[in-house]
Write a protein that binds this ligand. Structure first.
Ligand code: HEC
Ligand code: HEC
Ligand code: HEC
Length: 469
C-alpha cells in the first residue's frame, strides 16, 4: 500500500445513510420493546390511584352500613365476599348506581339523585374486585369514620337466669340474647334507642300487633338503616325478637348493657393522637398525661378502666363546662379527637394505680413539658410516609394566652386532607416523565439551538452596518 487510501464520497454517503437508517430502526425497536411495559406500568399506577380514591369513597359513603372493612353490619351484606369479587363488574356498577329497590341500599349515581359520578362508581367496583380490605379498614379508621355499629354486647347472666324462671321466660331470655347480638348497636341498651334508631322498649311499639312487628323485622323499613332481616334471621329467631319487643315491660332494666365500643386504632392514628396530645393537651394534662395542678391525670388506672372510649370522646368533644377543659369538638376534627382517645387508651396497660401529677409554674402554655418549652419536634414523618406538616405546632396560637391551643390542624373533617389520604406510594419525579415527551422536548431544544447558532453565524458574516456606511 502506498499511502493515499482513497474513499469515494459515494461510499461515505452510502454508509452515512445506512447508519442513519440503523439508528432510526433501533430507536423504533427499543420503543416498541418498552411500550408494553410502559403501558402496563401506567395502568398499574392508574389502578393504584383509583383504588386509593375508592378507599376514601368507601369510608365516606359505604362504611356506615357495610362495615369497617366491608364485612357487613347486622343484616347488611358484606362487600368483601368472594362471590362479589367474581361477579360481573357491570352488574355491580348497576347495583351501586341504582341501589336495590325496597331495601336500605340507596342509589348512588348522580342521574338517580346520588352523589357519585360514573367514574367514582367504577372506582368502587374496582375496590370490591381488587381492593385490600385491611387497607380499607385503616383508611376508614384514619378518617375517623369507623362505624360504631358493628359491636354487640352480652346480656347480664344473672338477669338472664332470673328472666328464664318466669312463665314463658325461656323464649324471652333467648330474645334478650339475640337482641344483644344483633340489634343493640342501633336500638340501644335495654332497647331504649340511640341516635341511630328509635327505642323498641316503648309502649307505643309494644302495642303493635305481632304481625306488624314481624313484617318490620323481616322486610325492614325501606330507605332507613333498618335492613331486611329476612336472610339473616330464621323464622323462630324473628319470633323470639317480636316476643321480646311485646313483653319488654317484664324485663328488668340492666339486662342488656350498652356495647363497649373501643375506638379502633392504626399506627397512623396513634401517631396522630400522640402528635395532637403533645401539641394541645400536655400543657394542662402533663407530658405523659400524669396531670398537673391545672388538670387531672388521664394516665391512671382508675380513670382508664372506669371511662369508656365513647365517654372520653364525649368529654374531649364537649369539654367540661365551668372548668378550663375546652370543648375540642369545634377546634379539631372527629378523626383527630378519636386519634387522641386511641392514644390515651394506649396508656392503659402500663398506667400507674396512683396519679403523680407533675408540678408546673407559670401559665400553662409555658409549663414544663408544654410543646413550646419542650420544643416538641413535630412534622416527623408518619409511618405512612406522609409528613405531618399540617400539624406543625403553631406556637403563635399556643402563646396567645387564651389557654386554648388550637392544634392548628388545618385539614380536619372528612375531606381527605389527612396526611395519609394522599397516595402512600411515593413516585420519584423522574418516574413520572414520559420518555417520549423528553425526546420531543430534547429534539425541539436541539433544533432551536442549531437555528440560533446558524442565525448567529449569518449575522456575524453580515457586513457590519458601521463599516458599510
Ligand atoms: C343505608 C345503608 C347502606 C349504605 C350507606 C350502602 N349500602 Fe350497599 N347495601 C345495603 C343493603 C341493605 C344491601 C342489601 C340489600 C338487599 O339485597 O337486601 C346492600 C347491598 C349492596 C350491594 C350488593 C351486595 C350483594 O351481596 O349483592 C353492593 C355491591 C353494595 N351494597 C355496595 C354499596 C356501596 C359501594 C356503597 C357506598 C357507595 C353502599 N353499598 C352503601 C345498604 C347500604
Ligand atoms: C343498623 C341499625 C339497625 C339495626 C342493627 C336494627 N335496626 Fe331496627 N330500626 C332501625 C331504624 C333506623 C329504625 C327506624 C326506621 C324508621 O324510620 O321507621 C328501626 C325500626 C325498627 C322497628 C320499628 C319500630 C317502630 O317504631 O315501629 C322494629 C320493630 C325494629 N327496628 C326491630 C329491630 C330488630 C328486632 C333488630 C335486630 C334484629 C333491629 N331492629 C336492628 C335501625 C336498626
Ligand atoms: C387549659 C387546660 C386544658 C387543656 C389544654 C386540656 N384540658 Fe382536659 N381537662 C382540663 C381540666 C381542668 C379538666 C378537669 C375538668 C373537671 O373538673 O371535671 C380536664 C379534664 C379532662 C378529661 C376528663 C378527666 C377526668 O378525670 O374526668 C379528659 C379525658 C381530658 N381533659 C382530655 C383532654 C385532652 C385529650 C386534651 C387535648 C386535646 C385536653 N384535655 C386539653 C384542662 C385542660
Amino acid at each position: 500500500m502506498n499511502g493515499s487510501l482513497k474513499i469515494s464520497p459515494r461510499i461515505i454517503e452510502l454508509s452515512l445513510g445506512l447508519l442513519a437508517t440503523i439508528l432510526i430502526a433501533s430507536g423504533l425497536l427499543a420503543y416498541a420493546w418498552q411500550e408494553p411495559q410502559r403501558i402496563e406500568q401506567a395502568q398499574a399506577a392508574q389502578l393504584a390511584t383509583d383504588l386509593n380514591e375508592a378507599k376514601n369513597l368507601y369510608a365516606e359513603n359505604c362504611a356506615v352500613c357495610h362495615g369497617l372493612a366491608g364485612d357487613g353490619i347486622g343484616a347488611i351484606p358484606a362487600l368483601n365476599s368472594a362471590a362479589l369479587v367474581g361477579s360481573d363488574p357491570a352488574s355491580l356498577a348497576k347495583i351501586i348506581a341504582r341501589g336495590l329497590y325496597n331495601t336500605a341500599m340507596p342509589a348512588w349515581a348522580q342521574e338517580d339523585g346520588g352523589p357519585l359520578s360514573d367514574y367514582q362508581i367504577d372506582e368502587l367496583v374496582g375496590l370490591i374486585r381488587y381492593g385490600d380490605w385491611t387497607q380499607v379498614q385503616e383508611r376508614v379508621i384514619n378518617l375517623g369514620l369507623a362505624p360504631m355499629v358493628p359491636f354487640t354486647t352480652e346480656a347480664d347472666p344473672d338477669i338472664l337466669a332470673q328472666v328464664a324462671q318466669l312463665p314463658g321466660g325461656e323464649l324471652l331470655a333467648q330474645g334478650i340474647s339475640l337482641y344483644a347480638q344483633e340489634c343493640v348497636a342501633c336500638h340501644g341498651a335495654d332497647g331504649l334507642g340511640t341516635s341511630l334508631a328509635p327505642a323498641l322498649n316503648d309502649p307505643v311499639v309494644r302495642e303493635q300487633t305481632a304481625e306488624d312487628l314481624t313484617r318490620t323485622v323481616i322486610y325492614g323499613v325501606s330507605g332507613t338503616l333498618m335492613a331486611t332481616w329476612e336472610n339473616a334471621l330464621s323464622q323462630p329467631e324473628v319470633e323470639m325478637l317480636v316476643n321480646l319487643i311485646r313483653n319488654w315491660d317484664q324485663v328488668p332494666s340492666g339486662a342488656i348493657p350498652a356495647p363497649v365500643r373501643p375506638i379502633p386504632v392504626t399506627t397512623e392514628s396513634l401517631a396522630l393522637g400522640e402528635q395532637i396530645f403533645s401539641t394541645t393537651c400536655i400543657g394542662c394534662h402533663g407530658a405523659q398525661g400524669e396531670g398537673t395542678q391545672r388538670a387531672p391525670s388521664l394516665n391512671v388506672k382508675g380513670f382508664l378502666t372506669d371511662t369508656s372510649d365513647a365517654a372520653i370522646e364525649q368529654i374531649v368533644t364537649l369539654g367540661v363546662t365551668g372548668t378550663s377543659m375546652p370543648a375540642w369538638g369545634d377546634r379539631i376534627s372527629t378523626a383527630e379527637i378519636q386519634a387522641v382517645v386511641g392514644f390515651i387508651r394506649s396508656w392503659e396497660p402500663d398506667a400507674p394505680e396512683v396519679a403523680q401529677p407533675s408540678r408546673v409554674t407559670g401559665p400553662w402554655w409555658k409549663a414544663a413539658g408544654s410543646p413550646v418549652a419542650a420544643g416538641v419536634t413535630s412534622g416527623q414523618a408518619l409511618p405512612s410516609g406522609g409528613t405531618t406538616t399540617t400539624y406543625t405546632p403553631n406556637t403563635g396560637a399556643q402563646a396567645d394566652g387564651t389557654g386554648q391551643g388550637t392544634g392548628t390542624a388545618g385539614g380536619g373533617g372528612h375531606t381527605g386532607t389527612q396526611p395519609w389520604a394522599v397516595s402512600n406510594e411515593p413516585q420519584s419525579w423522574w418516574e413520572s416523565i414520559d420518555p417520549r415527551s423528553l425526546a420531543v422536548i430534547g429534539g425541539l431544544a436541539l433544533g432551536s439551538l442549531i437555528l440560533i447558532l446558524w442565525a448567529a453565524i449569518k449575522l456575524y458574516r453580515l457586513p457590519h452596518p458601521i463599516h458599510s456606511i
